[in-house]
Design a protein around this ligand. Sequence first.
Ligand SMILES: CC(C)(COP(=O)(O)OP(=O)(O)OC[C@H]1O[C@@H](n2cnc3c(N)ncnc32)[C@H](O)[C@@H]1OP(=O)(O)O)[C@@H](O)C(=O)NCCC(=O)NCCS
Length: 130
Amino acid sequence: MLVTREVVLQQDIGLNGTLFGGDMMARMDKASGILAGLLSSNRRFATLKVSELRFHSPVRAGDIVEFHGNLARQGNTSMTLALEVQVYNPVSNARKEVTSGEFVMVAVDDGGRPEPVLWKPDMVAAAGPA
Ligand SMILES: CC(C)(COP(=O)(O)OP(=O)(O)OC[C@H]1O[C@@H](n2cnc3c(N)ncnc32)[C@H](O)[C@@H]1OP(=O)(O)O)[C@@H](O)C(=O)NCCC(=O)NCCS
């Protein structure tokens, strides 16, 4: 499911003339936090693990980036989210995959300890594996 969209500005561009990889990772981490919030009624999540992060194609200033996410694994206190970032071209209406990765998000209480995820079944159904 589409989680969020952002635009890349000139100020986000690194030495190669393309989006700095760490910037993309931060954006994906935030999108994972949003998706975790959409799928549950928990107040807080912490990122436990990031894996299989792959930068397929460069992202440039002016690009509109879309963050799509699926629920890859439904745990007790955790969820594994498969994130796919696409650049969307509104002129051609085309999308291109630029980055992908898996994020393990853990629901935590006010003390930062893991707590059970309070799932929203309708959202889980919408965000199940593609
Ligand atoms: C997230 C955190 C609260 C989890 O606490 P923990 O005691 O390490 O984790 P637990 O052993 O209780 O496991 C919690 C969940 O994570 C899962 N998990 C633990 N290690 C895992 C791993 N290597 N891969 C996948 N899942 C893992 C467990 O299976 C469990 O999920 P489940 O209940 O759905 O089965 C703790 O690790 C933490 O605070 N980490 C730092 C988070 C952070 O600051 N993130 C920002 C990065 S700067």
